[in-house]
Design a protein around this ligand. Structure first.
Ligand code: HEC
Length: 112
């Protein structure tokens, strides 16, 4: 009987630490941004081929509030709404509200 309790304690501990590692992971803007950099580039300057905007541009930043960025990330943009005619995927089903907030702040932090 004692063996079972020892085992359960170990399993519980492992599950608990995995849970905490998971939340730490999700709160990291740089890690979340990996989902974006294929289209927006690692340095945030955008990709010519995808015609994505330069997030480091002060003028772009001044026209995009944190709320506006969060909305775009959650809902995406239709082809007809973008300058390039390329769609921006929405992440509301793939990211929690907290993750969207974190990655939006990461986009804001590209401003110099
Ligand atoms: C499949 C490619 C793709 C992925 C992945 C992607 N985007 Fe986009 N994103 C685009 C395109 C295309 C546009 C529209 C560019 C334009 O205006 O023509 C866009 C637009 C945006 C805009 C708004 C630009 C504006 O001027 O209003 C923001 C902010 C943005 N993306 C952030 C993100 C973030 C953050 C992620 C990751 C969570 C992400 N994107 C993932 C392709 C992508």
């Amino acid at each position: 009987m004692r063996k079972i309790w020892t085992l359960l304690t170990i399993v519980g501990f492992l599950a608990g630490s995995m849970f905490f590692a998971g939340t730490a992971f999700s709160a990291d803007g740089a890690k979340l941004y990996k989902k974006c950099q294929g289209c927006h580039s690692k340095d945030g300057k955008g990709k010519a081929k995808k015609q994505t905007p330069d997030f480091t541009n002060a003028d772009w930043q001044s026209r995009h509030s944190l709320d506006k960025i969060k909305k775009v990330i959650a809902e995406g943009m239709k082809k007809t709404e973008t300058k390039s005619g390329k769609a921006m995927p929405g992440f509301s089903k793939r990211m929690s509200a907290e993750e969207i907030d974190t990655v939006a702040k990461y986009v804001k932090a590209f401003s110099k």
